[in-house]
Write a new protein. Structure first.
Lengths: 627, 106, 170
């Protein structure tokens, strides 16, 4: 029963993928969209079943389909593990996935390759489910690579635009660097423990007394590099803002809500390993905090509505990594969930705006959309309040817990995270004010066509806004359902204390005031002073550095891309021509020998007889006289 | 059963056969008349047959002689077919000089 | 020097000389005649080796059948006078060199293998009279014997087909 349902969970999106990729063009756009949506919705329904089922089975459901690899005592099963963590992930992957599929039916309706879009999207969901429910690192890696592939396909979905293709390649290559780290980590774990199964690893690691701490740390660090690549942390984050080249629902699903959280999932999954390596945890925390701050500062001055959201995503992911590094996995997971809600809502809202403006993404050409698009405005406002940490919205609870944890462990990290969250509030409301308030700054043509989007777009927005509002309920301070739920995965939680003292309240107040200050500054600047970000050429000073993203892309270009290009050119022009001359030389030599040898075969029997006799002599003397 | 091997060593026959065989080879290489080439081949065959018989006597085993018998049958067949081929070549080309047979070149 | 050795030497001399003459004579008819003599001397060797059956078969098959075939063919082609142009000197030189080479090599081989060939010992057993050979041939070698007959039949049919005058196509 469970096996069949798990297979259904997996096969529904895969079937959707097959149907769409092979028959999609014949089925018509709406039908292919409906197929895609239903496929994911089926998975969502099955997930609900499992959600109910594992309530009775705290240790989770383990399904082994077949033995995949067996070398000596090293054994890898192709199996699934449905426990609290993976079901939680499945819930929001398939749930938000269904909403975004629904949204895409309308959003992508003008695209000629809509069936391909849905095929890729379904494939993505399939791989994401594989990643989440894999019972060992190798199956997880399968999904990990698969989502990377789908991300590549969808970023470059409008492949006629070369810039988009470059963005897709950039994402793919950056992910490759991270994936190499992940692979190395997997190999080291396989070498140390002869198994890749999560459950076995857990018992092996927590039970062992004579662990090789050096290799364990190296493995944890390598895995963290993998997480860095997938979850866009410094130094591998630059692909995520560029990934906004893809269709907006893709940005919402893959590059905000689900795929980029894979790194957090992996680290949470292997929490028993990271708990043993405090050095790596420190690195994770610092990297997370720095990423949060750097991405937030860049986000302050971006003018592309999706770029702002992208940097906001990087920044929020940084906060999650900060929580992970401090050992507060449940807090990171909590923030992943709330972030998935409000960031998906924000992306979909921005998609609605872009759709209404026929592809316009620059906020300088927006404004005053509040009256034209009330639903979009309302939902985005709710999501912005949530991400800014305004009390009672979901983001408030999760972000506050991160800050709390940071404060308890390391004050400097808390300061950094707090600054980042103040900035978050600022740039989110900068986005809101520039987009929805004041006068419309676009063309008259655009203004004429302004309209609220169709229900297919607004319904997912409303649902997500609702979730972004109440999402915090799953983990209220002091009475956390999520913490209890995750206790089988994170045994530390059982003993943790949940009390709210004065310090906590003060911190909470500071965070709230910080958020409100951020909003206030944005209000003062963009509503009171009526400021509009200046044209690209007129940006000066530090904001120019920020606007150009600290020149990190240029830095990478100089450090890595150009030398590699130079090397490639060198090899192409110098080494390859030498090598090919060598190869061609062999060819020519053989040709020449054959051409000369051909003359021997002139049809003269006399000559053949001579050759025959001499050959006989040679063979006979070799056989009898050579010894 | 008295025979020559009671009086002289078998190596005399070996050398005789070898020289006879080499004369055959020489003939094949030296002459260009296909008939003579054919005759040289017969000489080579006979050289081998002679050695067979000599060793058969030496080992006092009838098998060598039986083999010679079969080889004679094969030689007869070969000569018959070969000469027939030569005749038809002669009819077509007007000569049986092997230098003219260059069709093997393909 | 015993009589038998003298006979051997004379026969060998005849064999080799006629073999050479077969190759060197300009007239193919002469070649054929020399070859007949060569075959007869080889039959003499068979007799010396006490294998009467083979000697007789050899005379019948080679001197009787094969050489007659050769002679007929030569006459059919009207080759009784020398038409052959001499081959270039390099070819003849090459032939002689090859001859010497293969001679040298084969003799070297047999000299090398001398130690294997031991003394000749007789057991007095009858192994090569016509009676014994007939039994061996028709018992042990029954099947090859039959195949030989099929081979000869096939050769005969082939020969007839080959030497039939081709019909004019046009």
């Amino acid at each position: 029963m469970n096996t069949n349902l798990a297979l259904l969970l997996l096969s529904a999106p895969f079937l959707g993928f097959l149907l769409n990729i092979f028959f999609g063009s014949r089925l018509g756009k709406t039908v292919s969209g409906i197929i895609g949506t239903i496929a994911v919705a089926v998975s969502f329904a099955v997930t609900f079943y499992f959600f109910g089922a594992i309530a009775a089975i705290p240790e989770g459901i383990h399904i082994s389909l077949f033995e995949w690899i067996q070398i000596s005592n090293f054994k890898v099963d192709f199996g699934f593990q449905l426990d609290q963590l993976s079901v939680l992930w499945l819930l929001f992957v398939t749930g938000i996935g269904s909403l975004i599929h629904l949204y895409s039916i309308n959003y992508m309706h003008d695209d000629e390759n809509m069936h391909k879009y849905f095929a890729y999207l379904n494939l993505f969901v399939f791989f994401m489910i594989t990643l989440v429910i894999g019972s060992n690192l190798l199956v997880m890696f399968l999904g990990w690579e698969g989502v990377g592939l789908c991300s590549y396909l969808l970023i470059g979905f409008w492949h006629k635009n070369q810039e988009f293709n470059d963005a897709a390649k950039k994402a793919f290559i950056m992910n490759r660097i991270g994936d190499l780290g992940l692979l190395i980590g997997i190999f080291i774990l396989g070498m140390l423990f002869s198994t890749l199964d999560f459950a076995t690893l857990k018992t092996a690691i927590s039970g062992a007394t004579d662990l090789n701490m050096y290799w364990l740390s190296v493995a944890a660090f390598a895995l963290f590099i993998g997480a860095c690549g997938k979850s866009a942390q410094i130094p591998l984050y630059t692909w995520l803002p560029d990934a906004m080249a893809g269709p907006t629902p893709v940005s919402a699903l893959i590059h905000a809500a689900t795929m980029v959280t894979a790194g957090i999932f992996m680290i949470t999954r292997l929490n028993f390993l990271f708990d043993l390596t405090p050095d790596v945890q420190n690195i994770i925390a610092i990297v997370g905090a720095v990423t949060a701050l750097v991405a937030a500062t860049i986000g302050l001055v971006q003018n592309d509505i999706k770029k702002v959201l992208a940097y906001s995503t990087v920044s929020q992911l940084g906060l999650m990594f900060l929580a992970l590094g401090l050992g507060a996995y449940e807090v990171a997971v909590f923030h992943v969930i709330t972030h998935a809600f409000f960031k998906a809502c924000l992306f979909l809202g921005s998609g609605s705006v872009i759709h209404a403006l026929h592809g316009e993404q620059d906020m300088r050409n927006m404004g005053g959309l509040k009256s034209a698009m009330p639903i979009t405005f309302a939902t985005m406002l709710i999501a912005s309040l949530a991400i800014s940490g305004v009390p009672l919205f979901s983001g408030f609870f999760s972000k506050d817990e991160i800050l709390l944890v940071a404060f308890h462990h390391n004050i400097p990290l808390w300061v950094v995270a707090s600054i980042a969250s103040i900035m978050t509030a600022f740039y989110m409301f900068r986005l809101m004010f520039l987009t929805f308030f004041k006068e419309f700054r676009g063309t008259a043509e655009q203004k004429h066509h302004l309209h609220e989007s169709s229900p297919l777009i607004t319904i997912p927005l409303i649902v997500l806004a609702f979730l972004a509002t109440i999402g915090g309920l799953i983990s209220l301070p002091g009475n956390s359902w999520l913490n209890e739920y995750l206790t089988p995965i994170l045994p530390k939680l059982a003993t943790a204390e949940h009390h709210l003292g004065t310090t906590e309240y003060i911190l909470m107040a500071i965070a709230v005031i910080g958020g409100l200050v951020g909003i206030g500054i944005a209000y003062a600047k963009y509503i009171k002073q009526n400021a509009v970000p200046s044209e690209d050429a007129m940006i000066t000073g530090f904001s120019k550095v920020l606007y150009n993203k600290y020149y990190v892309d240029e830095f990478y270009d100089t450090i890595f891309v150009k030398p590699v290009n130079f090397l490639s050119r060198f090899f192409r022009d110098t080494v390859e021509s030498g090598l090919s001359a060598l190869v061609f030389g062999f060819g020519k030599l053989t040709n020449e020998i054959s051409y000369q040898g051909k003359k021997v075969q002139n049809g003269s029997i006399g000559l053949y007889l001579f050759a025959f006799v001499l050959g006989l002599c040679a063979i006979v003397s070799y056989l009898f006289l050579a010894q | 059963m008295n025979n020559i091997l009671n009086h002289i060593g078998i190596e005399n026959y070996i050398f005789l056969s070898v020289i006879l065989f080499c004369i055959g080879v020489f003939g094949v290489l030296y002459r260009r008349n296909a008939i003579i080439v054919f005759m040289s081949i017969e000489i080579m065959l006979n050289a081998v047959n002679l050695l067979f018989v000599a060793f058969s006597t030496y080992h006092q085993d009838a098998q060598g002689q039986v083999f010679v018998f079969f080889s004679m049958a094969v030689a007869a067949a070969e000569v018959a077919v070969g000469l027939a081929i030569l005749v038809s070549i002669f009819r077509n080309l007007g000569s049986i000089t092997i230098d003219n047979l260059k069709n093997l070149k393909g | 020097m015993s009589t038998i050795l003298i006979i051997f030497c004379v026969l060998s001399a005849v064999t080799l000389a006629t073999a050479f003459l077969t190759i060197f004579s300009r007239n193919p008819i002469h070649s054929a005649i020399y070859l007949v003599i060569c075959f007869f001397s080889i039959a003499g060797h068979y007799l010396l080796l006490n294998s009467q059956f083979l000697a007789i078969v050899h005379i019948i098959v080679y001197s009787g059948a094969i050489m007659i075939l050769f002679l007929f063919t030569i006459m059919l082609m009207n080759l009784n006078e020398e038409k052959e142009v001499h081959r270039p000197r390099i070819t003849r030189l090459g032939a002689i060199v090859s001859f010497c080479l293969i001679c040298l090599i084969l003799i070297a081989i047999f000299i090398n293998s001398k130690p294997i060939v031991g003394e000749y010992v007789t057991t007095g057993e009858d192994y090569q009279s016509i009676k014994v050979l007939g039994k061996v041939l028709l018992n042990e070698y029954m099947v090859p014997f039959e195949f030989a007959s099929i081979l000869l039949l096939v050769a005969m049919i082939g020969t007839v087909l080959l030497s039939k005058k081709e019909k004019l196509q046009k």
